[in-house]
Design a protein around this ligand. Structure first.
Ligand SMILES: Cc1cc2nc3c(=O)[nH]c(=O)nc-3n(C[C@H](O)[C@H](O)[C@H](O)COP(=O)(O)OP(=O)(O)OC[C@H]3O[C@@H](n4cnc5c(N)ncnc54)[C@H](O)[C@@H]3O)c2cc1C
Length: 258
């Protein structure tokens, strides 16, 4: 895990679909980037007043995230950088590089505006990585993934990390056909692309037999409805569901608890 706050540099930028911009970050600052989970997240920091090199307090090194967060929140609001969570789409350790896929959503906030214009040489603040979800499920036969386009990078990385022979069913909601990506994973992974109505798609799904470990992420109310369906209608035990609201309609990430 990167124990220090670092400024990392964009080394590549490309539009992988009309709404997805993939930025590559590289350089010696990422040489000690150590993977912690397939669905790992990093916190990115953007200068509130357009500062090209945003500053935040250094973590103390004791791993106490809440203590660091309190010191971050103690910064005057007018100079505190914007903090946003993003998934690591791919980490290439040998090249000290990570890719992050930014969904350029319509209501774009500071992260989206920055990513839409970012070019090689631009700098962003980074802390992490940390796991996006902390569930430790019991034994299971197969995995269910369900999420919207904000969760696509984490689902893609998770599928790529599945061991050979693993069985998985993934429902991913994207705006339209042009947003569909080619995903890699073991042979027994079934990816269903959904254009509107993620909850209905999962509700109508025919599940494979056997215990399932479900991973849900995306807009908070959709994640809640998915979880409710899995528990209430499918009878899944609560501890077999990892879930996280990645964003919320009409709320910036500041307004959602860390
Ligand atoms: C653990 C974790 C991992 C994440 N990984 C990724 C990732 O890899 N790629 C990615 O693109 N996003 C990811 N997200 C979601 C991302 O952090 C949010 O979408 C974030 O709000 C974007 O910041 P912003 O500055 O653009 O918008 P904000 O300033 O936070 O919000 C501004 C407005 O935009 C709306 N909004 C925010 N996100 C979306 C969205 N996805 N779709 C439509 N409207 C939206 C809000 O409702 C608000 O009205 C992740 C979130 C978490 C918690």
């Amino acid at each position: 895990m990167l124990k220090q706050y670092k400024l990392v540099t964009v080394t590549g930028a490309r539009q992988v679909s009309p709404r997805t911009r993939r930025l590559t970050f590289g350089g010696p600052e990422l040489a000690d980037f150590t993977d912690v989970a397939p669905d790992q997240q990093v916190k990115l920091f953007f200068g509130r007043n357009g500062e090209p090199r945003p500053w935040v307090p250094q973590p103390t090194g004791d791993g106490d995230v809440m203590r660091w967060y309190r010191s971050f929140m103690a910064m005057p609001e007018t100079s505190r950088p914007w903090m946003r969570a993003y998934s690591v789409r791919e980490h290439r350790a040998e090249a000290s590089e990570i890719d992050i896929d930014f969904l350029l959503h319509e209501d774009g906030g500071p992260a989206t505006s920055w990513a839409a214009a970012a070019e090689p040489g631009d700098v962003v603040g980074l802390l992490g990585p940390s796991p996006s979800q902390l569930a430790e499920p019991g034994p299971y036969d197969w995995r269910l993934f369900a999420g919207d386009q904000s969760a696509l990078p984490a689902i893609a990385a998770s599928l790529a990390a599945l061991p050979a022979g693993a069985k998985a069913l993934a429902y991913i909601e994207v705006a339209d056909e042009r947003e569909v990506q080619e995903l890699v994973g073991p042979a027994d992974v079934d990816v269903r692309w959904v254009h509107g109505g993620l909850v209905d798609a999962v509700r109508d799904a025919e599940f494979p037999a056997g215990p399932v470990y479900a991973w849900l992420a995306g807009e908070a109310s959709v994640v809640k409805a998915l979880r409710r369906h899995l528990i209430g209608e499918r009878g899944l035990p609560r501890d077999m569901i990892a879930f996280s609201g990645y964003w919320r309609v009409n709320a910036t990430q500041e307004e959602i608890e860390m």
